[in-house]
Design a protein around this ligand. Structure first.
Ligand SMILES: Nc1nc2c(ncn2[C@@H]2O[C@H](COP(=O)(O)OP(=O)(O)OP(=O)(O)O)[C@@H](O)[C@H]2O)c(=O)[nH]1
Ligand SMILES: [Mg+2]
Length: 403
C-alpha cells in the first residue's frame, strides 16, 4: 500500500488534517509539539469507477464505491512537528524523520495564516513566515539525509571496493527509506555526480546529492493550511509565487474535520472532496454550528471551492506519484471474479507497473504461470511487460490460474 507522510512545523495542523482524512481522534492542541509519536491511519484516493462506462453496477470486495467514486485505500502517517534546528535535536521531530522517510510522498503542511512563530507557538495571524518555514523544514530533511549518508560512508566505500556500482552500494543502507538504485542513478545524474569518484566528493557534493535525492525519492506537495483564517490569502499567493515548480494546495483541515464530523452526525450531507454540502439536520443544529457552517461556506467554499484535504491527497497520488487505477477481473464478459462480484477490485499501481507486476501483486502463483493479459475494452492481448494505463480493466491469463 502506498504511504503518504504529513510533515511540517509544529502547530501547522498536521494532526487536524490527519483526523479529517482518517476520521480518527488523535490529539490536537494549540501548544507546540502536541503529537509525540506518529499516528497511522487509512485515507483514500478517489477515482471515478469504470462501472458506468461498462453499464454495470459494481460490487467491490476492495476499494469501496460511493456514488460512482472508488475509494482506494492508502496509509497516511501524521508525524510529530518539526522546527528549525531539528537535525541537531531541537524539538522532537528529528527522531521521527526515519518514519517520514518510509513514505512514498510527503504532504508538507504549512500555516498559510502565518500564525506560528519561530519557536512554534501560536501567535497573531500574519506574524509568522510560511515561506521561510517551507525552506527551513525541508532543509531539516536534507541535513538529516546528509547525516544518514555520512554515517554510512564507510559501508558505501567498502561495497564499492568489493566491486559494486555506486547506485548498488548506496541503495543498500537506504533501502528502508524506499530508495531504489534507479532513484540513486537519477539523483546522481541530476546532481551532476554520475562521473565523479565517490571518494572525492566534497561537502558541496554531499549536500547537492542529498537535496536532489530528497526531491527524487520524496516528492512533496505544499499544503497551505488554515485558509479559512482572514488574511491567509496573501500568504497562500506568496507560497505559489515563491515555489513556482511545486504544487501548492490551499487547505482548511479544520473545515474538513467539522464537515466530516457533522456528516457523521447526520447534520449535513457531504462527501470528501465535494464542492458543496447540504444542511439536512434542520433544527438539530445549534446556533454555533450554523455559524461555523456559514463561515466555512463563505471563507472556504466561496473562495477556494473545496476544503482541499481530499484534493491534496488525490493530487499527491495521481499527479505527484502518477499512480494509475487498474481493475483486474476473471470473466471478461461479466467483469466479475469467480464468485460473480462485478469489478471486485481496484488497485493503485505505479505509472510504470506492468501486467507482470499486477499479477505478482494479486498472487505469486498467478505470476509464476503468467502468459498474457486481455484488455477488456478492446479484447486485445497484452504482453506480460505491457505497462498498465489508468482505468485499465484486464483479465490476467496464467497457466496457474487463481482468482
Ligand atoms: N483556523 C484553522 N485552524 C486550524 C486548522 N488546522 C489546524 N488548526 C489549529 O491549529 C492548531 C494546531 O493544530 P494541530 O493539528 O495540533 O497541529 P500539528 O501540526 O499536528 O501540531 P504538532 O503535533 O504540535 O506538530 C490547533 O489549534 C488547530 O485547531 C485550519 O485549517 N484552520
Ligand atoms: Mg500533531
Amino acid at each position: 500500500m502506498i504511504r503518504l507522510g504529513l510533515i511540517g512545523k509544529t502547530n501547522t495542523g498536521k494532526t487536524t488534517f490527519f483526523n479529517a482524512a482518517t476520521l480518527q481522534s488523535a490529539e490536537v492542541s494549540t501548544y507546540p509539539f502536541t503529537t509525540k509519536q506518529p499516528n497511522y491511519g487509512i485515507a483514500y484516493a478517489l477515482s471515478p469507477c469504470v462501472d458506468s462506462e461498462f453499464n454495470v453496477k459494481c460490487n467491490p470486495k476492495s476499494a469501496p464505491c460511493v456514488d460512482g467514486w472508488r475509494y482506494l485505500p492508502l496509509e497516511l502517517i501524521d508525524l510529530p512537528g518539526l522546527i528549525k534546528g531539528a537535525w541537531a535535536g531541537k524539538g522532537l521531530g528529528n527522531q521521527f524523520l526515519s518514519v517520514a522517510s518510509q513514505s512514498d510522498a510527503l504532504l508538507h503542511v504549512v500555516d498559510a495564516s502565518a500564525s506560528v512563530d519561530e519557536e512554534g507557538r501560536l501567535t497573531e495571524p500574519g506574524k509568522g513566515n510560511p515561506v521561510a518555514d517551507v525552506y527551513d523544514i525541508e532543509e531539516e530533511l536534507v541535513i538529516w539525509l546528509m547525516k544518514v549518508l555520512e554515517r554510512n560512508e564507510e559501508r558505501i566505500s567498502r561495497a564499492l571496493r568489493s566491486g559494486k556500482s555506486l547506485p548498488e552500494a548506496m541503495a543498500e543502507p537506504l533501502r528502508g527509506m524506499r530508495v531504489t538504485e534507479q532513484h540513486i542513478e537519477m539523483a546522481l545524474r541530476l546532481a551532476g555526480l554520475s562521473n565523479k569518484d565517490f571518494e572525492n566528493w566534497n561537502m558541496n557534493d554531499d549536500r547537492k546529492f542529498a537535496q536532489v535525492l530528497r526531491e527524487v525519492t520524496k516528492p512533496t506537495i505544499i499544503v497551505a493550511n488554515k485558509i479559512d483564517v482572514e488574511g491567509s490569502e496573501k500568504f497562500y499567493q506568496e507560497l505559489v509565487e515563491k515555489f513556482p515548480d511545486r504544487i501548492v494546495v490551499p487547505v482548511s483541515a479544520e473545515a474538513e474535520l467539522i464537515l466530516r464530523r457533522a456528516e457523521q452526525k447526520g447534520l449535513i450531507r457531504y462527501k470528501p472532496g465535494e464542492e458543496k454540502f447540504v444542511i439536512t439536520g434542520g433544527s438539530a443544529l445549534t446556533e454555533q454550528q450554523r455559524w461555523a457552517l456559514d463561515v466555512i461556506n463563505e471563507r472556504v467554499f466561496g473562495k477556494y471551492m473545496r476544503t482541499g484535504v481530499q484534493f491534496a491527497i488525490n493530487v499527491a497520488v495521481f499527479k505527484l506519484l502518477r499512480m494509475n487505477v487498474v481493475y483486474p477481473v476473471y470473466d471478461v464478459r461479466t467483469l466479475t471474479d469467480r464468485q460473480g462480484n462485478v469489478l471486485p477490485d481496484a488497485f493503485l499501481v505505479p505509472a510504470d507497473a506492468t501486467v507482470r507486476d499486477l499479477a505478482e501483486r494479486i498472487h505469486k502463483d498467478l505470476a509464476k504461470g503468467l502468459l498474457y493479459a486481455i484488455d477488456v475494452r478492446t479484447g486485445l492481448r497484452l504482453p506480460a511487460d505491457y505497462r498498465l494505463k489508468d482505468r485499465d480493466v484486464i483479465k490476467i491469463v496464467s497457466t496457474t490460474a487463481h482468482g
